[in-house]
Design a protein around this ligand. Sequence first.
Ligand code: MTE
Ligand code: HPA
Ligand code: MOS
Length: 758
Amino acid sequence: MDGALRIAGQAMAHDSALKHCTGEARFLDDTAEPPGTLHAAFVLSGVAHGRLLAIESGPALALAGVVAILTAADIPGRNDIAPTGRDEALLATDLVEHAGQPVALVVADTREAALAGAAAVMLRIDALPPVLSIEAALAAEQLLIPPMLLAEGDAPAALAAAPHRVSGEFRCGGQEHFYLEGQVALAIPGEDRDIVLHSSTQHPTEVQHIAARVLGCDFNRVTVQVRRVGGGFGGKESNASAVAAAAAFAAVVTGRPVKLRLSRKADIASTGKRHPFLFRWEVGFDVAGRVLALDATLAADGGHTPDLSGGVMMRALTHALNACHVADVRLRGLVCKTNTVSNTAFRGFGGPQGVLLMEDVVHRVARVLGRTPEAVRAHNFAGAPNPATTPYGATLEGDLIRRVWAEARDGAEWDRRRAEIDAFNAAHPFLRRGLGSVVLAFGISFGLPHLNQAGALVHVYTDGSVRLNHGGTEMGQGLFIKVAQVVAEVFGVDLERIAITATSTGEVPNTSPTAASTGSDLNGWAAHAAASTIRERMAAVAAARWGVEPGDVQFEDNRATAGNHTLSFGELAQACYLARVSLSATGYYKTPDLDWDGATMRGRPFFYYSYGAAVAEVAVDTLTGENRVLRADLVQDCGRSLNPAVDRGQIEGAFVQGLGWLTCEELWSDPAGRLRTLGPSTYKIPGSRDVPPVFNVRMLEGPPARVPTIFRSKAVGEPPLMLATAVWNALKDAVGTDRLDLPATPERVLAAVSSLRV
Ligand code: MTE
Ligand code: HPA
Ligand code: MOS
């Protein structure tokens, strides 16, 4: 396991990289529709909160091509798409709870006719006052789930005894996933009410379960298939099921295949986003900058239903101290109910929001003491001389925290550039530069212990070619090639011998979502197990033929060998078949050593931590608030990377996505609660010119994971998003402000500059 590797660990292009560029990669909407396919479109509420009095479908039904207008009353099973199994309507019944909520489904011969039909359906809604902000929900005591508490020691007493105390408040915004491929599903009805459901989802099993619930059938009637997802970023973890269940139900009602592909506007209006948070904190510290006590409230806008908000808040709370140790801590998590779209998973899953808290605290403590945030943060790092424990009872690796920070700082030439930037600022009255940093410890594993499992199915054919299937979904992150590399490694064959196949609930059942950055950890091990089972059987056949021990049979260079004996992998596969030995196996993996009590918020929820550090330099025009990142230096611990080329892409992409969240992506709703940033003209995602012109990305050299992950690699999908926090710190440094709410758009930066002038 820890020895030399030939194929795993190689920097290899994503299996679909060329196909993505040429357009040959088939996304769901590129595959041929079966004859007779109908198209569907949602009718969305234009009102944030109100009683649904009537759905007037007459004029829409009269339009050419419109086949049916379906409402909740037409649903054969339960009108419930909640991922946790309780009461989230697929189509609104008496109450609408956010603008953009699906109320009816128009089915037509063409997509254009369906969209025209949806526009012609009139909804009569008696408006009620909406609750549209975290503050309003807190004032009305509207919570989606009971308050959560993560506490250690006695924070109030330690605060009272601390030599210094300050308090603060800040907020961060939500974020639209803006996957390039929007939500889409194609449902194909078969015999006996069987359904094949093609879905762009990170969670085929949940789509299967929810479609079955909506149809009122057993799970075994629904087969969900996913070849690739055109970006998910968490937005297709729970949010794909509404679209898939709607297509499935329309297919069952009409008896014809139905495709539902949301327009970009409908997608942004009706699907969940990253949770906005409001933070209020009080910190006690000493003159050396040691944080002694932290008492904070993290309030999230959960939207109108719980969805995954409990898990998101769990991760926010467990990441609020990030790489630091504080002895006395009290962190309250409040998930507010508002009349907005139900917020959901987004890369980092509450971790990015949580990480902001300690950074804000460190920044303020530094300013009070006249020290640098870097010095204060380092003084509070978990690990010797400080304790290495988290407030929930797990342990961080202090040496890795210090190592990523030292490498980032040195790689960024911190001291030289700090002096340069100070000199620049002294010489320029209106342009200012800033330098900021962050150090990250991100927990790897699903916060819900039972999700940390995976399965795989591997077949070897008698020509020695291999078919690989597992429960993970490919959404651009390179999971499929990484798992294929693992299988090629086990069999000692070239990667080209491994066929990558679509994820299917019919091949590997009862899967977890591809999320929490665990895809390659979980599915890599499951595929390793399946391939190893087959390899052992093959070794036994070869050993019997050659009169050697099975352990003496080596698999490499597309051959099995023992001493002078040799067979090609295909010849041995054929020999196994003739000897009546199975060449097919399932594999299963569950993450060991997890222990988490969600009620007391105690235990070891994460198998290990992924560490990273970043330094960012920004320029700010203090007359306009415009700002850009001039340079970023990132160091990310990937353990012994399964594929450094793919991991580098993940690090770069995650950082830029984080940069977007923190600086330019702003969700804006009108006073009636209607989101108005429904497309790229009003919602600004980062473009190629926002990528830092100097962008140095490094993987921490050498250290294999210290726990038995697959080939000692470490997860990489989400953590580097949080490295963009360095940009927030750099902006605060440039402006010289205590408070900078997020996203730090030019308007907010300008407001911060102006507030310092008066
Ligand atoms: N990378 C691409 N290209 N597209 C995506 O949708 N999703 C991210 C990350 N990287 C995503 C991505 C998120 S939110 C997660 S949890 C991980 O990939 C999931 O994949 P993994 O567990 O295989 O890393
Ligand atoms: N991360 C992402 N998705 C999840 C998690 C998590 O920790 N738990 C449940 N779904
Ligand atoms: Mo990622 S937010 O866990 O899908």
